[in-house]
Design a protein around this ligand. Structure first.
Ligand code: SF4
Length: 272
């Protein structure tokens, strides 16, 4: 299906950090909508999507003048106190349209002029490495959180066929490490993975965040349950992985490779 792109003139960009993001003062979404369209993405059930006629994953609103708006908002927010930003909570800031539009890059440029106290860049896209030059200049005020829910490409294709290949995400973590950009691997939501997953990440990161549908969707798993994700697990004969205790097995496997202090669970793993 062909994706549709719209240009919008937002009034504001920074939103208050609430709920799962209450550890942040603000969230920041350079786009509305996301063409990665992951099967388990519960944003499709939020008002931002349900009021649209197009299906989630097939449309993106591109925010005009985003840098100018952020510049003003950031100045105002910083005058009131500490500013910690989660980018992004309901879109991927490095989805394919960012190659051309560079909205996210323009926001990073603003943040270099007037740095927030902390910025978490949440993405699953190798495009983030394009901006390593800017991220590096934010020094320890930034962390890239690279979603890598599994090391199995066959599983990735079942659950997120339009998202970047797993191997490209490993490679991106390697390049970020070589560039000196702080990064973590974010296994969220946990998908069925091999027993070698931790060994593959060990040379690349010193921080891992693990989360699942039941802890991480903000509703005890209800939101993802209503997407009927369980049926996908069943069709693959992997229903054991769709369970509130499945994360324990992954955590145990990682504990054999990573020190405990490098492993973080759910909300805590995303904190500044
Ligand atoms: S990348 Fe994130 S925002 Fe985009 S569809 Fe997937 S889960 Fe949703």
């Amino acid at each position: 299906m062909k994706n549709e792109y719209f240009y919008k003139n937002p009034k504001t960009l920074l939103n208050k950090g609430t709920g799962f993001l209450s550890g942040y003062t603000h969230s920041l979404n350079p786009y509305t909508g996301c063409t990665f369209g992951c099967s388990y993405c519960y944003v499709r059930q939020l008002p931002v999507s349900t009021f649209r006629k197009e299906a989630w994953g097939t449309w993106v609103d591109i925010k005009n003048q985003a840098a100018d708006i952020l510049r003003k908002e950031l100045r105002r927010a910083k005058s009131k106190g500490k500013v910690t930003i989660f980018m992004s909570s309901s879109t991927d800031p490095y989805q394919p349209i960012e190659y051309k539009e560079e909205v996210t890059r323009s926001l990073l440029e603003v943040m270099l002029e007037d740095p927030p106290d902390f910025l978490l860049v949440q993405t699953r896209s190798p495009l983030v490495r394009r901006d390593a030059d800017l991220l590096l200049r934010l020094e320890d005020r930034v962390r890239v959180s690279m979603t890598i829910e599994t090391d199995r490409e066959d599983i990735r294709k079942h659950f997120t066929p339009d998202a970047p290949p797993i191997q490209a995400r490993f490679k991106t973590l390697q390049l970020l490490k070589e560039a000196g950009v702080p990064a973590q691997a974010t296994i969220a939501p946990i998908l069925p993975s091999s027993e070698h997953f931790a060994d593959k990440l060990w040379p690349l990161v010193n921080r891992v965040c693990i989360d699942d549908y039941f802890m991480g969707d903000g509703s005890g798993g209800r939101r993802t349950r209503s997407l009927n994700i369980g049926a996908l697990y069943e069709s693959l004969g992997l229903e054991d992985w769709y369970h509130p205790t499945a994360y324990k097995m992954v955590y145990e496997r990682f504990l054999h490779v990573f020190p405990e202090e490098q492993l973080h669970m759910s909300k805590e793993g995303f904190l500044p």
